[in-house]
Design a protein around this ligand. Structure first.
Ligand code: ZN
Length: 160
């Protein structure tokens, strides 16, 4: 059965950046199960998998535009140090939660000086070309419930 809109796919994947460093992998744990066409995967990966069958193993390279987009300078905020909770060890690379008009969001601390911290609200993979090594394990029709909920039920899915 081919991967198509409204079918459930189980696959193993390894995600690497352009330098070949592994960012994430399903190897050694449960495979990923997703409902094709529901937007659960980044657009470039989902469209590349269209029509693939069980047993397919291949490498898919996704440019930033079809992954997490380019970094947006407007997503960067300068926050005075006195606005952070006392005792918080602020250093580049840590993540902090901040209240925004859209609710709490996680920001990466990009830099800190003696007056303020620069927070980066971009997705950590923004601007990166991503390489996925995927192996399709099986493809099946989604159930009516899965289509209604727009996610997979059972092993690897919701309400499991
Ligand atoms: Zn459900």
């Amino acid at each position: 059965m081919k991967i198509a809109h409204g079918r459930v796919v189980r696959m193993h994947y390894t995600l690497r950046d352009a330098a070949g460093t592994t960012i994430e992998t399903s190897r050694g744990r449960d495979p990923l199960a997703y409902l094709h066409g529901s937007g659960q995967l980044i657009p470039g990966l989902e469209s590349a998998l269209d029509g693939a069958t069980a047993g397919t193993r291949r490498e898919i390279v996704v440019p930033p535009a079809d992954a997490y987009g380019e970094p947006d300078a407007a997503a960067t905020m300068r926050v005075p140090l006195e606005d952070f909770p006392p005792g918080l060890e602020l250093e580049p690379g840590i993540e902090v939660q901040a209240e925004t008009p859209d609710g709490p969001l996680t920001f990466l601390v990009a830099s800190v000086d003696d007056k303020e911290a620069v927070l980066d609200g971009n997705h950590p993979l923004a601007g990166k070309t991503l390489t996925f090594d995927v192996e399709i394990l099986d493809v099946r029709e989604a159930t009516a419930d899965e289509l209604a909920h727009r996610h997979v039920h059972g092993p690897g899915g919701a309400h499991a």
